[in-house]
Structure formats: C-alpha cells, structure tokens
Design a protein around this ligand. Structure first.
Ligand SMILES: *[C@@H]1O[C@H](CO)[C@@H](O)[C@H](O)[C@H]1NC(C)=O
Ligand SMILES: *[C@@H]1O[C@H](CO)[C@@H](O)[C@H](O)[C@H]1NC(C)=O
Ligand SMILES: *[C@@H]1O[C@H](CO)[C@@H](O)[C@H](O)[C@H]1NC(C)=O
Length: 321
C-alpha cells in the first residue's frame, strides 16, 4: 500500500464507496488526499430503511461509572471448532476463510447504499467497528464469517453506541469506534472476541492479527488476514493513551476490522481500524482504541443485555469450561 507522494501527509478512512473522510494530523503541514476509498460509481442511492435504529450517545463520564477500561473476556460456544493456528511471519494480506473461532466472529458490514466495512462480534449481539462506518437512515447488516455470499450467520444493525467526542484529531482516531447492536444473538453461535486496552509496553513489538474485507483484493467479498502486525514506535498523540499505530497493509473496506492480540490462545481486540496515513513512502494506520473503547463495549453489553438461562452474557469471563 505504498504510493509516492512528496512532503505530503495523506490520511484516509478506509470504508468503501464514500468520499474518503479525512483526519488532519496535529503536526506539520497537512495535505489531505483521498488516498483510498472513493469509488463514486459504485455508490447507489438508498431508500431510507424502515428499520428503526436506536442511537445511543454516551459521554466519557458515563463510561467511567462501571468501566475499568482494562479488558473483557471472549466467548467460545460449546462445540465450535477453535483455530489454534496463529502463524506469525506473513508480511502481507492473504485470503483466509474459516468458520473456526475466532474467524467465525469476524465479518463484513454491508449497507444498502453500498458502503462496506469490517468488524467483529464482541458480545452476543454486539459488533465492534469504526465509528465512521456508521450510516444513518440506511439498512445495514453484519455477516460474520462472510465469504463471497456465504456466511455463518447474519443479522441487521438495530442500534449503535458511540461517544460524544468528535473526529478531526488524533483523539478522534482513538475514539473512532462504535458498538452496533444486532437484531439477533448470533454471537452465541459465532462466539465473540475479548477486548483490551492498548499497552505502551508493546510499542515496537509485533505478533498482532488483523482481518478485513478489502476492496482492492477480493472486491469486499473475501476475508483477508495479516499476521505479525507491528505496533509502530510512532507517538500515541492524543493524550499518551492512544491512538496506537501499526504497519499493516490496508485498503478501503478493512475499516473497522479488528486488530487483536492473542493471549493464551484467546483473541483480545486492541482496536478497530480507523485510518491510514502516508508520508513519502511510509504508510501507517491509526486505530479506534483505548479505555473508552473497552468501557463502551462493557456499557453496550449492559445496555443491550442478553441473558441466557439465568446468566447475563458478558461483560466478564463467559468462556464455557
Ligand atoms: C452499572 O452497573 C449496574 C449493575 O450492573 C447497572 O445496573 C447500571 O445500569 C450500570 N450503569 C451504567 C451507567 O452502565
Ligand atoms: C513487522 O516488522 C517486521 C520486522 O521489521 C517485519 O519483518 C514484518 O513484515 C512486519 N509486519 C508487517 C505485518 O508488516
Ligand atoms: C443458575 O442456574 C444454575 C443451573 O441451572 C444453578 O446451578 C445456579 O444456582 C443458578 N444461579 C442463580 C443465581 O440462580
């Protein structure tokens, strides 16, 4: 994903078929360029959907009421195969289609207006993606395990929870996440990933995994995976707690896709892909992340609560023994 440009910092959100929204960097001369993501010809006029979408806008103060900002546990349904392979060493994106966990819980977001993004289940009916992947008045679906029209499950987005904080800065990148609620508890079938606060001790380290549905490879139809993504040494320039940056190869459609760390064989999401930057021939990506993200997932799990038997599903350790 390199494109030559001289003395220009370009940044672009990575959702499909919409004007590339841009985030100015805080430092230096900024030249915004629609680096990726704009395919006007593919955009379609959409009728307002009859689906009612509940909009929940929370403040950081509300998130702090119950939030610890640290980590939430994943869930693997009984009987679902677990993929033990988290092979490191691949440099680039590669096609990887599987219904084994955690790939079962990562999928594609598709709106009737043609917008495409990526995301992951983080609760029984909860999807984490980038906030800029949110569309108003347009019906959208989440399809985990999606591959070329075939999927493990599908549900319609019927609500979203996001922060009041706006875009337009490094803090905007950090807060560029949203939790969708779905009209079905498909996470009980697909499982869901844990989430975790990013940690400065990992700066300069690799071993992270990203999955998304890029347009340039597979035309938003196929899951692509990158192993051994590195947390770059670039400054965490919102307030020192984020956003974090990586060196992943990304393109339109991968927006909102998870970056996860594997701890004891279980996946914990550090962030949802927000944006990509370019300075000369260097390319890097910023991620919606941090305590706000962890607490927002926790808040959403409580707000759109799912009770199975007599047990509330998440937050908290819910991996069956
Ligand atoms: C905090 O947690 C309690 C107990 O689970 C819950 O009843 C309450 O709604 C939560 N408050 C917020 C703001 O999340
Ligand atoms: C992470 O860094 C290592 C060492 O520089 C490099 O070999 C690898 O390709 C990087 N990973 C990605 C996904 O680019
Ligand atoms: C929930 O159900 C299990 C078994 O069905 C039972 O052992 C447990 O006591 C119940 N817990 C509560 C709080 O009712």
């Amino acid at each position: 994903m390199h494109k030559s440009s001289v003395l220009a910092v370009a940044s672009a959100f990575l959702f499909s078929t919409a004007p590339a929204a841009t985030i100015p960097r805080n430092d230096g001369d900024v030249l915004i360029d629609d680096l990726v993501g704009y395919e006007a010809s593919a955009a379609r006029i959409s009728k307002i959907s009859s689906t009612d979408v509940e909009e929940v806008i929370v403040t950081e103060e509300q998130l702090r009421v119950n939030g610890t900002g640290q980590r939430l546990e994943p869930f693997i349904p009984e009987g679902l195969a677990v993929d033990k392979r988290f092979i490191n060493g691949e440099d680039d994106r590669y096609y990887y289609s599987s219904y084994a966990y955690p790939w079962s819980a990562i999928g594609r977001i598709a709106y009737e207006n043609g917008i495409r993004c990526s995301g992951a289940m983080v609760g029984p009916r909860h999807v984490l993606t980038a906030s800029h992947c949110r569309q108003s008045g347009v019906k959208g679906t989440f399809t985990p395990g999606y591959d070329s029209g075939v999927a493990l499950a599908q549900a319609t987005i019927d609500g979203y929870l996001t922060l009041t904080s706006g875009e337009g800065s490094a803090c905007g990148v950090r807060n560029d996440f949203v939790i969708f609620s779905l009209d079905d508890v498909i996470g009980l079938k697909t499982g869901y990933l844990g989430v975790k606060k990013n940690d400065k001790a990992y700066i300069g380290k690799g071993g992270f995994t990203h999955v998304g549905y890029p347009g340039d490879l597979g035309n938003y139809q196929k899951p692509y995976r990158i192993d051994n993504v590195n947390i770059t040494t670039r400054e965490w320039n919102c307030d020192g707690t984020g956003p974090f940056y990586t060196d992943a190869d990304v393109a339109a459609g991968q927006s909102g896709g998870p970056l996860f760390e594997t701890i004891d064989g279980l996946p914990y999401i550090w962030g949802a892909l927000s944006t990509s930057y370019q300075y000369m021939d260097e390319v890097w990506n910023g991620w919606g992340s941090g305590e706000n993200m962890v607490d927002a997932v926790s808040f959403a799990l409580n707000y759109w609560k799912v009770i199975v038997g007599n047990e509330t599903m998440g937050p908290g350790p819910v991996v069956p023994s």
